[in-house]
Design a protein around this ligand. Structure first.
Ligand code: GTP
Ligand code: MG
Length: 318
């Protein structure tokens, strides 16, 4: 069996004060360090390991002050080679810095165009889209402006834009999962299991999460269903973990849902459930969106088979 770990290099870049270091601290659940975060001096490397997927990720947190940016661009063979993904962080609240940030993005895109590995991902994080202001006129205008500009800068590479905030962990868990785990060998295998589960149950969205709420695999019939599940998954796992702190054994969290008229979906009622799966001492969470009773029953009926398949898969990885 192949036990060797896949190594990935991922860059976090952008101007100073964008929130790169804070994002990394949040992903590592180092909440107590968030208030003391200082500007990063040059490049800081930290390792994030996902044992489930057999991946070690070396995250390069590139301090964004002007003098450092010059160094990175001058030594591109040191910084901008063999990276699997780039997270480019822009402070959505700092409109006075947009032009400078877009200029640095342009420089990085030019470098990346020359050489990037297969499956390379460019992820733009419009950060500081905090929950209390994300729908405000000013922020919506900033988002629209940047989306247009970014699309014209990154023409030739596949990219995705995320609206993130350190006050909304689901936004960061989603972005990081996409940039770090998407299309990895083992993630693809987990994906196949979900596909099989969905073909038996006909549910509309299924996510498989690890114990830290990173998305290991996902499948959906509709992008919107997927986003709904992704946005609530960390809250549901939190509720379950809180109950465990009270020594209450909780198997699942279920919520009945009803879509409002403005959704043009033919089915309007359903459930979303989160199910805890402890398999060979490994904690998984499954989130599923079911649009009728029959689908719900089938989704529960086939859980033991899915758990069995996960168990076999984990054992084959050993
Ligand atoms: N409101 C808000 N503030 C944030 C968010 N993320 C980071 N911050 C704040 O922004 C400031 C800068 O955060 P850092 O993480 O140091 O930014 P950085 O991009 O690492 O900066 P450099 O290391 O200088 O490149 C800190 O005061 C953070 O608390 C966010 O999502 N919302
Ligand atoms: Mg920093």
């Amino acid at each position: 069996m192949n036990k060797s770990k896949e190594l990935k290099k991922i860059l976090f870049c952008g101007l100073e004060n964008g929130g790169k270091t804070s994002i990394l601290l949040l992903l590592d659940k180092k909440f107590s360090l968030l208030p003391t975060v200082k500007p990063t001096i040059k490049a800081k490397r930290t390792v994030h390991t996902n044992s489930l997927l057999g991946i070690s990720i070396i995250r390069w947190d590139l301090g964004g002050q002007k003098n450092y940016r010059k160094i990175y661009l001058g030594e591109k063979s040191k910084y901008f080679t063999e990276m699997q993904s780039i997270f480019y962080v822009i402070d959505i609240q700092a409109s006075e810095k947009f032009e400078e940030s877009l200029a640095f993005l342009h420089d990085i895109v030019s470098i990346t165009l020359d050489s990037h590995p297969e499956n390379f991902q460019f992820l733009i994080l419009l950060n500081k889209c905090d929950p209390d202001i994300k729908k405000s006129k000013e922020i919506l205008e900033n988002i629209a402006y940047l989306e247009t500009k970014i699309t014209s800068i990154i023409k030739a590479i596949k990219f995705s834009i995320f609206k993130t905030s350190i006050y909304d962990d689901s936004s960061l868990l989603k972005a990081f999962s996409d940039g770090a785990f998407y299309a990895t060998h083992k993630s693809n295998i987990f994906q196949t299991l979900l596909k099989d589960y969905m073909s038996k149950t006909y549910n509309s969205s299924t996510l498989l999460l690890d114990k830290n709420c990173f998305i290991i695999a996902s499948r959906s019939t509709d992008e919107e269903y997927q986003r709904i599940c992704e946005s609530i998954a960390p809250r549901l796992t939190q509720a379950l973990e809180k109950l465990e702190e009270w020594d209450i054994t909780t198997i699942d969290i279920v919520t009945n849902i009803e879509f409002s008229q403005k959704h043009s979906k033919s089915h309007k009622e359903g459930i979303i459930f989160l199910r805890k799966l402890d398999i060979n001492n490994t904690r998984f969470y499954l989130v599923a969106l079911c649009l009728n009773k029959n689908v719900k029953n089938k989704s529960y009926e086939y859980l033991p088979l899915l758990a069995d398949n996960l168990k076999n898969l984990l054992e084959s990885f050993e």
